[in-house]
Design a protein around this ligand. Structure first.
Ligand code: ADP
Ligand code: ZN
Ligand code: ZN
Length: 711
């Protein structure tokens, strides 16, 4: 009889299950931790990762192991995942209150689960063959660095991996070139070195990939740079993942999911636009890829560079310089205030909408400014963070509104396909010919979305000509116009080629893009964002507007040739608001200082730590009952950390009902991050137990969000 070894396996168990973290199986040989295996689970066979190191002197427990189900097989040809990767996954699971198996499986390309052993073997063979393609080994063509870039690159080289860097550099200051140099230095110094470069949005990866390929392919071969994001097909993701895992890829570019890539030689991590909310996963395991990048950098002794023109207040605070009273933050702050080529930041113009004709979407001076740009052949960008034609349809006779029957939200009017669509649950209907409630045929759109803005601009600019006498061309980029594969790339290419004069768009086009011929950016209704109850609303709006402004006037030579100036226009009914005055002087540090002071006074992050517990049920009472019971259970059990954690009472969420599910949440706050962690860790099993009790049967789900971005 062959000896059997018990082995702990991480695998994906039914969603968020209470069954511990790992399952034990029996193996015929000792398997190295990190080995990918197939194991039986119920009637299925699933992918798993060997987790724990069997103790060296552990004899095969023939008796105990016989009771265990044997593993079905090992994924041949794939080296075990590195220890550092397992530690990262274990940390993320513990910190964000999820199971190891869930995080581990989500971090692996889906095809590892789906392919048969034969299919997988074929893929591995193909990957090996591709790896043989020789690298070109030509020296890359380098641009001369600006003085600021030079200095920052030197500071990073000198600081090595001791502590994370926050590269605070204006939009257009050439942060990407700094990343390229730091990656270059690491790769040149060590033939096994790898770099991870993250961007917040998929639509920023093609541009970045082009720059990295251009720089590194001549020297390290075309396969040296790979991407990783959710827009890729299964085979593409598997290919990138294998290339990173085998060390064949030297640079991985990707969105938040890339933070979990297996990178045995990882030495540099870049998080570009580190303030961006997209780094926080908003479903399933709610992790922050930026925060995990910091953790991973420390654990793997890799250099971490966070970059932004408008850093998150967390990172800004963490990089504060030392003073007499304060030893300073954990990060090192580096500053690049100037734009490349001495381009100036756009002049900010505030239009007081209380002094403008009522109902005008475009105030006369803004319209005149856009018109002038078109006539000079320059481009304008009009930003409105709301897609569709109008956020709601309304009947003036009976006050009917286009409410979603399944959510506590309006259905948005989309004129293009004459539909009403709920942006929360997706429920879609034809626009009714008359008021469904009283029959009034005149139902009216209330408020504006990008679709309406585009229509309005086409009308307003219909007699305006470009220098070549062609009529003005208006286009729109938002989630609706870019649904088809390749649509976004095509629209962005048109913008870069100058085929569009005025581009209307959502935040999608406000970030990151290196447009060269935009000289005017306008935010037409930014005030909406300030009505939110979220304490981060001002921070978020400031970032968005700063980023949007950063799309204008990026090419000093072009501005000079045109004899033009870059401008950022803001239409507001509250021109005195702190967000706008800070924007006018491009004074992020002053804005951050003022906001951080308020947060310190109010005991808000980054001076306190938070977690949200959410409960979903068919009724609000059921949802809240679970949270109340959870509170009570914590108090009765006298959980560790309870003294230092403040539990706020459960309340309905802002959008209380989505897809017929009532949602409630409860905020937890502590001045001590570890105390909050201890508490959550001890609390989790109680929540699982409660969930199983008959009186909480109506509960649909519960979940924990650690370091939530929105409350
Ligand atoms: P950021 O990411 O800071 O907004 P980018 O890295 O996109 O800025 O750089 C802005 C523009 O300046 C890009 O077109 C880039 O190619 C160019 N650039 C960057 N560094 C240099 C340099 N040292 N010399 C000339 N052009 C540069
Ligand atoms: Zn009506
Ligand atoms: Zn809905």
């Amino acid at each position: 009889m062959t000896a059997l070894f018990p082995v702990q396996i991480a695998l994906q168990m039914p969603a968020h299950s209470a069954v511990g973290h790992l399952l034990t199986y029996a193996a015929e040989t000792r398997l190295a931790p990190g080995t990918l295996v197939r194991v039986p689970l119920g009637k299925r066979e699933v992918l798993g990762v060997v987790w724990d190191e069997p103790a060296a002197d552990e004899a095969p427990h023939a008796q105990a192991a016989l009771q265990l189900r044997p593993i079905a097989g090992v994924l041949d040809g794939i080296a075990p995942l590195p220890d550092a990767w397992r530690r990262l996954v274990a940390f993320a699971a513990r910190y964000y209150q999820r199971s190891i198996g869930e995080i581990a499986m989500a971090a692996l390309p889906p095809q590892l689960r789906e392919l048969t052993p034969e299919q997988l073997a074929r893929r591995l063979k193909a990957a090996k063959a591709a790896a043989k393609a020789a690298a070109a080994d030509a020296a890359p063509a380098l641009v001369a660095l600006s003085a600021e870039q030079e200095q920052v690159v030197a500071q990073i080289a000198a600081g090595a991996a001791e502590r994370p860097f926050l590269l605070y550099g204006s939009t257009g200051s050439g942060k990407t070139e700094v990343y390229l140099r730091c990656v270059q230095a690491a790769l040149d110094a060590d033939p096994a070195a790898q770099a991870l470069v993250m961007v917040p949005e998929i639509n920023l990866t093609p541009q970045l990939e082009a720059r990295f390929v251009e720089r590194f392919a001549p020297q390290y071969g075309a396969g040296a740079v790979v991407s990783m994001h959710s827009g890729m097909t299964g085979p593409q993701r598997l290919k990138s993942w294998l290339a990173a895992h085998t060390g064949q890829a030297r640079i991985v570019l990707g969105t938040r999911m890339a933070v979990f890539a297996s990178l045995p030689g990882l030495q540099v991590i870049v998080v570009d636009e580190e303030h961006d909310a997209s780094y926080k996963q908003q479903e399933g395991a709610r992790y922050s890829a930026r925060d995990l990048a910091i953790w991973r950098g420390r654990a793997q002794a890799a250099q971490v560079i966070l970059g932004s023109a408008t850093p998150s207040f967390e990172s800004w605070h963490a990089s504060r310089p030392a003073t007499a009273q304060d030893p300073g933050g954990r990060y090192l702050r580096l500053h690049m205030p100037s734009r490349i080529g001495a381009a100036e930041l756009p002049r900010v113009r505030l239009v007081d909408m209380t002094q403008q004709p009522r109902r005008a979407v475009f105030s006369p001076p803004l319209l005149a400014a856009i018109t002038e740009r078109v006539q000079r052949g320059e481009q304008s960008l009009v930003l409105l963070n709301r897609r569709g034609f109008a956020p709601v349809l309304y009947c003036a006779d009976c006050e009917w509104k286009s409410d979603c029957p399944h959510c506590s939200a309006h259905q948005v009017f989309h004129k293009g396909d004459r539909t009403l669509r709920c942006h929360h649950c997706g429920f879609t209907q034809r626009v009714p010919p008359a008021c469904p409630s009283c029959g009034n045929p005149d139902i009216l759109p209330l408020g504006k979305g990008t679709e309406q803005l585009e229509e309005e601009l086409v009308r307003l600019l219909r007699n305006v000509q470009r220098p070549d006498h062609a009529p003005a061309r208006v286009a729109r980029i938002d989630a609706d116009t870019t649904r088809a594969k390749g649509a976004l790339e095509e629209q962005l290419a048109q913008m870069h080629a100058g085929d569009i004069d005025v581009l209307v768009g959502t935040q999608m086009v406000a970030k990151g893009h290196d447009f060269r011929r935009i000289t005017l950016v306008a935010a037409v209704q930014p005030d909406n964002a300030l009505f939110s109850s979220d304490y981060r609303a001002a921070e978020r709006l400031f970032c968005l507007l700063m980023q949007a402004a950063g799309r204008a006037g990026r090419d000093a030579a072009y501005l000079q040739a045109q004899g033009s100036r870059a401008e950022m226009w803001i239409q507001t009914r509250d021109p005195q608001h702190a967000v706008f005055s800070a924007l006018r002087s491009h004074d992020y540090p002053a804005f951050a200082a003022q906001q951080l002071q308020e947060r310190a006074d109010a005991g808000m992050p980054p001076f306190a730590y938070q977690a949200l517990v959410r409960a979903d049920a068919r009724t609000q009472e059921d949802a809240q009952a679970f949270l109340h019971a959870a509170c009570q259970a914590a108090r009765e059990a006298g959980l560790p950390g309870l003294d230092e954690v403040f539990l706020f009472p459960p309340i309905p969420m802002t959008i209380q009902r989505v897809a017929n599910v009532e949602r409630a949440q409860m905020l937890l706050e502590s001045l001590d991050r570890m105390a909050l962690q201890r508490f959550l860790h001890a609390w989790q099993p109680l929540l699982h137990q409660l969930r199983a009790q008959p009186q909480h049967r109506p509960l649909v789900r519960w979940l924990v969000d650690v370091d939530p971005l929105a409350i």
